[in-house]
Design a protein around this ligand. Structure first.
Ligand code: ADP
Length: 466
């Protein structure tokens, strides 16, 4: 059953339920009110019979006139159960109006049926005024026709009224839910069109108030589409980039192999070139694997306490070979800093950042590496006075395969895959840290890595971030 039909059914049931309770309340109160009017009439009649009767009664029933009203039946019974008198309208009737009532000690009301006639009967014991002795029984009764007719009419009015109200509620429910759900049908249609056309650039139009429930749903759906589109495009770009990066070294290798085959000799230059391209491919595959693990949160971290200052010394000593005499690689602020992390991965971050600084800073420049503390965080900085990163590239440098335009056209030795910073980003993120960059053409570039300081000791552990 559709949501629309379900909601309409729900409205109808609620209206039906309310009307049922309301109808029962009206029925009961109207019946009670009519019955109490009848009872009052019976009491009045009984009093009119009993008063003169008691005035002279001393054990013997003195009968007053019993014909008060045409619609009130009166019987007087003695103690032995003999009918003493009855009103004119039931002269030929010798049975008690209420058989079981004759035995009662107190005034009692009962509804009885005599043939097809239903009566309300009040039975009152007749007692002497002085000795309170019971000398007989008075029964007054009247027809219940009016009450029954009113009850029957009331039931019909309530049933028909309820049926009409439920019908109106059902139709109104169908129309109003139809209107409210119409935008959702548009969502479904658009979603299906997107699936069929495989076009994630489409968005669902909505002209209603953006803050209502449907507006929020559509906005959330459009945001999801936007995110999917970005992911999908980056996936495409990623595949194209990987293909491109793999093709270049493979072309070089193939060229060299062809050359050696033609020359019928193995020359050292070609072998060196092949080896360097194979190294490059190996590095690329290693980087891609690491990035895939990091991005899927499956990067295994072997955590232990890491002395960041020692790590900085270690990396600087190794990187000096790369800097050669081309530029100055110096140590800035050094503080004793302990963090909890995977030493090899953190070293990889440092190597990537220092390697980039050396790679992109022209000869004669300077690269400064420092480590310190700020609050409860370790701060690792790698600054250079190179050409800086253009402002338009800055927001993208942590993306996979992203290289600033200048770096793309750089000579072969400076060529990277554009993966180093995204790997660094993910490693630091998986350590609960943060990495940011500031850069200007004048001052050069500074990368800053923030990591939580060891807090109450670091238990050596291997965590697979799932
Ligand atoms: P690559 O392998 O190209 O170095 P990275 O991910 O390490 O890839 O860096 C991405 C881009 O960021 C680089 O191509 C370069 O344009 C820019 N970049 C990174 N570090 C520096 C730096 N210290 N100075 C200038 N540009 C930098």
């Amino acid at each position: 059953m559709s949501l629309r039909a379900r909601l309409a059914l729900l409205y109808t049931s609620i209206v039906g339920g309310i009307l049922l309770i309301f109808g029962m309340a009206v029925y009961v109160s109207v019946s009670a009110s009519l019955t109490s009017q009848l009872d009052a009439k019976l009491v009045w009649a009984a009093t009119n019979v009993l008063e003169p009767m008691r005035a002279g009664a001393l054990g013997v029933i003195k009968l007053p006139t019993l014909d008060l009203f045409a619609d009130i039946y009166i019987q007087v019974w003695d103690r032995e159960g003999q009918l003493e008198a009855s009103s004119l309208n039931i002269q030929g009737y010798f049975q008690p109006l209420d058989e079981s009532g004759l035995k009662v000690q107190r005034p009692t009301y009962r509804d009885v049926a005599i043939g097809s006639i239903r009566l309300r009967v009040l039975t009152v014991p007749i007692v002497t005024k002085t000795s309170q002795r019971m000398v007989g029984t008075l029964q007054v009764g009247t027809r219940l026709d009016t009450v029954q007719t009113t009850q029957r009419v009331l039931v019909w009015v309530l049933v028909i009224g309820a049926a009409i109200s439920m019908l109106i509620a059902g139709v109104a429910g169908l129309i109003s839910t139809g209107q409210a759900l119409a935008p959702l049908e548009a969502v479904t249609r658009t979603a299906l069109q997107i699936t069929r056309a495989d076009d994630l650039s489409r968005r669902i139009p909505y002209h209603g108030p953006p803050e209502d429930e449907v507006g929020q749903l559509i906005s959330a759906f459009n945001q999801t589409l936007g995110r999917l589109e970005t992911l999908f495009n980056s996936q495409r770009r990623f595949l194209a980039d990987v293909g491109h990066e793999l093709r270049t070294p493979l072309t070089v290798i193939k060229g060299n192999v062809d050359l050696m085959r033609r020359m019928q000799s193995v020359d050292d230059e070609s072998m060196d070139s092949i080896e360097s391209e194979v190294d490059r491919l190996t590095r690329l595959v290693g980087d891609l694997l690491l990035l895939a693990q990091a991005e899927s949160g499956k990067l295994t971290l072997v955590k232990a306490t890491v002395e960041m200052d020692s790590l900085v010394f270690e990396v600087l000593n190794q990187m000096r070979v790369l800097a050669k005499d081309r530029l100055k690689l110096t140590l800035g602020e050094v503080d004793q800093v302990l963090v909890c992390g995977d030493k090899d991965r953190l070293k990889q971050v440092l190597v990537n950042l220092v390697g980039n600084a050396i790679k992109y800073t022209p000869a004669g420049g300077e690269v400064v590496v420092g480590v310190g503390k700020e609050g409860n965080r370790a701060r690792l900085t790698v600054s250079d006075n190179g050409p800086g990163i253009p402002a338009e590239d800055l927001p993208h440098i942590f993306e996979r395969f992203y290289r600033a335009e200048k770096s793309r056209t750089r000579s072969k030795e400076g060529k990277g895959f554009g993966l180093g910073l995204s790997i660094a980003y993910w490693i630091i993120r998986n350590h609960g840290g943060q990495i940011d960059v500031s850069s200007s053409a004048k001052a050069g570039t500074t990368f800053c890595v923030w990591l939580p300081l060891v807090d109450g000791g670091c238990q050596p552990e291997t965590t697979e971030l799932a």
